[in-house]
Design a protein around this ligand. Structure first.
Ligand SMILES: Cc1cc2nc3c(=O)[nH]c(=O)nc-3n(C[C@H](O)[C@H](O)[C@H](O)COP(=O)(O)OP(=O)(O)OC[C@H]3O[C@@H](n4cnc5c(N)ncnc54)[C@H](O)[C@@H]3O)c2cc1C
Length: 401
């Protein structure tokens, strides 16, 4: 099969999450005709925060939105991890010291409102007449010939593409077509997210300028300021026990109250501010090669969904975008060669994020002797050790793929 990119049809990006909008922008800036298809009736983010390590900002600079992201972001001073049962500090990672700046090329660690991130990416797309953004379009499958790809949609019309980048997330339909037996790995945990005015947070939480996390058996709670510290973003993650099949069960509030009653006062207070009505089932994917099929390629969570322990799912999607768009430029019309090179370039790094995140998830939520051993190991680490553990991830990647 030949896989030349033709000018006749656009490159289609499926999914208008952070990965999809960033991909449309990157391709549009390179002069490709791009059509983005999003199933929701509005391309936009759910309104919570996202953290991004110093590896991500140079990628945003490459996309021309780095300055806008810096302006919209909150810059936490440190990451604090505590044991919610004992109150012991497990790790303290400063984010604004000269050592941090020297190590990570003076790039900041940021926390940003997802709506702001989406808006600045969408705004950057606006001047490019070659980018078209389509909403209310659910892609249900694809077929391809030597000349291009046909996308089927739930709404009826088929859409022709020269190539397809599938950024359709953790539960990607296009991945399911490529790998029918591969399904998300459900973690058994659910996340509740809330954004509250900072003025409603406990006084001592208002003083914090950190990403603060409390972890232990069955749950963790993480919070950090957003938008000039006018808001507090809170994520409460809870393991569903066997006798409670969903957060809608009558037994859930009592179960959660019992878990929280064992926690230190601060995580209890913050967790109680969270709205339990909305929840997200937490899942990831097995690291697996095979991200492309001819002219169709997976990107972001569709390719390598991870648990959020390292707070890098969106960061990896943005790194993917820079890498893939550069490779599509290098390989010119041979889109299959670009897709192959993309997987080669990105597989091990993203697989490492997936594996390390699972390992950390275990560290966060263990109890008993395992937790004592974990705490003992953590107590022997100094700041430099933490940086060394994160260097592989946080050091900005070379731009030229
Ligand atoms: C609680 C929580 C906290 C997190 N915190 C962080 C963090 O701090 N830092 C970080 O980097 N990452 C974090 N992540 C991970 C991050 O949110 C994801 O990795 C990231 O959003 C993936 O982006 P994406 O564009 O690949 O997919 P998504 O954001 O899932 O976007 C997929 C898009 O595709 C659309 N879509 C799906 N199917 C179709 C279809 N068939 N047709 C058309 N459109 C479709 C969806 O509507 C959606 O808009 C967190 C995740 C969770 C759950």
């Amino acid at each position: 099969m030949t896989t030349a990119l033709t000018a006749q049809h656009p490159v289609v990006v499926v999914g208008g999450g952070i990965g999809g909008v960033a991909m449309a922008l990157a391709l549009g800036r390179q002069g490709h005709r791009v059509q983005l298809l999003e199933q929701a009736d509005q391309i936009g983010a759910i309104g919570y925060g996202v953290q991004m390590g110093p590896n991500v900002m140079p990628m945003l600079d490459f996309l021309g939105v780095g300055q806008a992201a810096r302006e919209a972001a909150y810059l936490p001073k440190e990451i604090m991890l505590y044991d919610y049962l004992t109150g012991q500090t497990l790790s303290h990672i400063p984010l604004q010291t000269p050592e941090f700046a020297q190590r990570y090329q003076s790039q900041p660690y940021i926390a940003i409102h997802r709506v702001d991130m989406h808006e600045l990416l969408l705004k950057a797309c606006q001047p490019h007449a070659n980018i078209s953004l389509n909403q209310s379009t659910t892609v249900t499958g694809y077929s391809q010939t030597e000349d291009g790809v046909t996308l089927e949609t739930a709404q009826g019309p088929c859409i022709q593409a020269a190539a397809v980048v599938a950024c359709d997330g953790l539960r990607s339909r296009l991945r399911a077509q490529m790998h029918p037996s591969d399904v998300p790995r459900e973690s058994g945990y659910v996340a509740h997210r809330s954004l509250i005015p900072m003025s409603q947070a406990p006084a001592h939480v208002q003083q914090r300028q950190s990403v603060t996390m409390w972890a232990g058996p069955g749950l963790h709670v993480i919070y950090y300021p957003l938008r000039n510290a006018s808001l507090l973003n809170i994520v409460l993650v809870v393991r569903l026990p066997q006798h409670v099949s969903s957060t809608q069960d009558d037994g859930y509030p009592a179960y959660l109250a019992d878990l929280l009653s064992q926690a230190q006062p601060e995580p209890q207070q913050v967790a109680r501010l969270v709205n339990l009505d909305r929840r997200w089932a937490i899942a990831d994917r097995e690291p697996m090669r095979g991200w492309h099929d001819g002219r169709v390629c997976l990107l972001g969570d569709a390719a390598h969904a991870t648990l959020q322990s390292l707070a890098q799912g969106a960061g990896m999607a943005i790194e993917d975008v820079v890498c893939l768009s550069q490779l599509m430029s290098t390989h010119g019309p041979d889109v299959a060669a670009a897709f192959k090179a993309f997987e080669r370039a990105r597989f091990l790094r993203t697989a490492r994020v997936q594996w390390v995140s699972r390992h950390m998830w275990e560290d966060y939520h263990c109890g008993g002797v395992q937790a004592q051993v974990r705490s003992d190991i953590f107590s022997q680490r100094d700041v430099d050790d933490h940086y060394r553990c994160l260097d592989w991830l946080w050091t900005p990647q070379a731009m030229v793929a």
